[in-house]
Design a protein around this ligand. Structure first.
Ligand code: SAM
Length: 177
């Protein structure tokens, strides 16, 4: 796997859940971190896990399909949220929102269940993806730079196949401007 460095001064973690990523971003010195989740309990849990660092993160209860950030960011990160959208209209709304939320030249990082990954997550049917399907879903605003698949082993020992994608936001003038 090639290591890619993505410069970023502002990041939104979409469908953050209570993932440790947000704390890692704080510890890495990111100054402008936004954590979005549709579920208030997830945000409450994240806030509790951040402890005294919670005031360094803007926690937003919002839907990835419609959320409006106060300012566009340079990095949108989503692990295991986009795959909950099984409907083309919802996927298009998410892609439009991501494009609106990321500055030209900024990046989109996705990690979703792969084509041979699980068919459900948290009891809900998911859409499984390939690099091509992700590229297609986000083609209105983003260009695929890199993708790969890997197995993720959950804390309970279950192996899940994920597809990871790194995309760059195209410049001014795309269809979602
Ligand atoms: C499987 S969890 C992943 C959490 C975290 N990203 C991680 O990797 O550990 C999916 C999260 O996405 C949130 N979610 C689902 N649909 C969403 C939506 N439309 N907008 C925002 N968050 C959503 C859920 O509430 C949940 O916290």
């Amino acid at each position: 796997m090639r290591r890619v460095t993505v410069p970023s001064d502002s990041v939104v973690v979409v469908g953050c859940g209570s993932s440790t990523l947000v704390r890692e971003l704080v510890d890495d010195g990111y100054a402008a971190i936004i954590a979005v989740d549709i579920a208030q309990p997830a945000l409450d849990q994240l806030r509790a896990s951040l402890g005294h660092c919670a005031d360094r993160v803007k926690l937003v209860r919002g839907d990835a399909r419609t959320v409006r950030l106060a300012q566009p960011v340079t990095l949108w990160h989503d692990r295991a949220t986009f795959h909950f959208l099984t409907d083309a209209v919802d996927q298009a709304a998410y892609a439009t929102t991501a494009a609106r939320s990321v500055k030209p030249g900024g990046h989109l990082v996705l990690a979703e269940f792969a084509a041979d990954g699980p068919t459900s997550c948290s009891g809900l049917t998911v859409a499984r993806h390939s690099p091509a399907s992700l590229q297609s879903a986000f083609s209105g605003g983003f260009e695929l730079i890199e993708s790969f698949e890997r197995d993720h082993v959950t804390p309970s020992g279950v192996t899940q196949r994920f597809v990871h994608a790194l995309m760059i936001r195209r410049g001014v003038g795309s269809v979602v401007e």
